[in-house]
Design a protein around this ligand. Structure first.
Ligand code: COA
Length: 259
């Protein structure tokens, strides 16, 4: 594999490191169906490629990702396990080699939940993590209903998932979601440097160590993702989500009074 690119996702491979860059800044790096498909394909192909030893996800210094493209949710919601969003989630959660993320600015929805499937996360001091599924009439995805309480403890998880308000880089550091907080302009380059260091290590040891650390959770994570996916798909079609998405697109506050 060489380096390849689409409009909104850039995939670049160099010295054993595959960097996947969100490149849709004008739409706050929200993730469309095509972007999920590109990322899923890149992960699936590179898992068995000798050219890739480490993967890095990065965004822009002012925005990591605004999460799922809301227009896509309205027009073409994911309908089954083969939908690009679910292919991406399965690919990142099952990826056998180290996955790193460099996060600056807002990381909304899947922009945060995908990080629970990364091995190392570096955050700019402007990073703001949020999982506003309830505010959108939805429920958690990416096995976050399992992994967030596991990482943060139940009450902090309830705050993050029931209230859905953003928490900043320092709070994410405290709960163990991020490894280190850096100035935003240094976050991508620092993450690349760590990735390059990892890429020089014996790949079989990296893979086996990651497998052993995750052993015991893999099946549970998969099952939770499926259960969440079924609820999420159903809730997307219900009035609360329609009201939330309509309100976002019409730039008004949602009204859940009767929902
Ligand atoms: N899907 C589709 N478009 C999105 C988007 C999303 N998730 N997030 C932002 N955009 C678009 C906006 O519609 C806007 O488009 P326009 O310029 O054509 O009007 C553009 O990106 C800029 O967004 P804006 O909201 O003006 O930027 P901001 O700096 O004020 O706020 C965010 C940034 C990320 C806090 C805010 O955009 C946001 O909350 N986005 C929605 C997040 C969300 O609910 N995601 C779904 C999770 S499941």
């Amino acid at each position: 594999m060489g380096s390849e690119s689409t409009n909104d996702i850039l995939v670049h491979i160099e010295a054993g490191v595959m960097t996947i860059t969100f490149n849709r800044v004008e739409k706050k790096n929200s993730i469309s169906t095509a972007m999920y498909a590109t990322m899923a394909d890149a992960l699936i192909q590179s898992d068995s490629s000798h050219a890739v030893r480490v993967v890095v996800f990065q965004g822009h210094e002012a925005i990591f990702s605004a999460g799922n493209d809301i227009g896509d949710f309205l027009n073409g919601p994911p309908s089954n396990e083969e939908s690009p969003v679910f292919r991406f989630l399965h690919a990142i959660s099952a990826f056998s080699k180290p996955v790193l993320a460099a996060v600056c600015g807002p990381a909304v929805g899947i922009g945060t939940t995908m990080l629970f499937h990364c091995d190392l996360v570096y955050a700019g001091d402007n990073a703001a993590f949020s999982m506003p599924f309830v505010n959108l009439g939805l429920c958690p995805e990416a096995a976050s209903s399992l992994l967030v309480p596991q990482m943060m403890g139940y009450h902090r998880a309830a705050e993050a998932l029931l209230l859905g308000e953003p928490f900043m880089a320092e709070a994410a550091l405290e709960v163990g979601l991020v490894n280190r907080v850096l100035p935003p302009l240094e976050t991508n380059s620092y993450t690349q440097a760590i990735a390059k260091r990892l890429a020089t290590k014996p790949i079989s040891s990296l893979i086996e160590t990651k497998r052993l650390m995750k052993k015991g959770f893999t099946q549970t994570v998969k099952e939770r993702m499926q259960e969440e996916g079924a609820s999420f798909g159903r809730m997307l079609k219900e009035p609360a989500a329609k009201e939330a998405f309509g309100a976002f697109l019409e730039k008004r506050k949602p009204n859940f009074a009767n929902l």
